[in-house]
Design a protein around this ligand. Sequence first.
Ligand SMILES: Cc1cc2nc3c(=O)[nH]c(=O)nc-3n(C[C@H](O)[C@H](O)[C@H](O)COP(=O)(O)O)c2cc1C
Length: 150
Amino acid sequence: MAKWLVAYASMTGNTEEIAELIVEGITASGHETDLKSVTDFNAAEVLNYDGFMIGVYTWGDGELPDEFLDFYEELDELDLNGKRAAVFGSGDTSYEQFCGAVDLTAEKLKERGAEVSPEKLKIEYSPLEQEKETCRDFGRRFVTAGAEVS
Ligand SMILES: Cc1cc2nc3c(=O)[nH]c(=O)nc-3n(C[C@H](O)[C@H](O)[C@H](O)COP(=O)(O)O)c2cc1C
């Protein structure tokens, strides 16, 4: 069975909540996944998985959060060809670059050769009741369908 990883950076818990809902969707479709905080592992561990989903909130002015920087920089050492990936995160639409860190991360993963899903999941703060199913579905579709490669 394919091995999946959901990893996230979250300061106030919103991105973590999205990650947990994504895991629910993956589990409900009969797949197994690990759920980890990016602060707890080295980016090279993603090589142990067939596909991984990375969650990151946005800081500063469309920037990556500090605790995500080690992970992001470690990606520069990796060849991600043949790996599937998707990116999600929480942000605030009152900022000019809504969920800018999601876009930066997707670009970095593409640069390293990953097949990144063109669909990114961007949620304002924590998911509203009606957005929870969207989060579960994002996980479900990632593991059950081939990712469209952009
Ligand atoms: C100082 C600061 C800067 C922020 N900058 C942005 C930004 O540029 N774009 C954005 O979409 N959200 C921005 N946010 C909003 C956070 O990304 C948002 O609160 C998010 O839900 C936090 O996620 P977390 O609960 O996973 O930590 C900023 C928040 C703070 C406090």
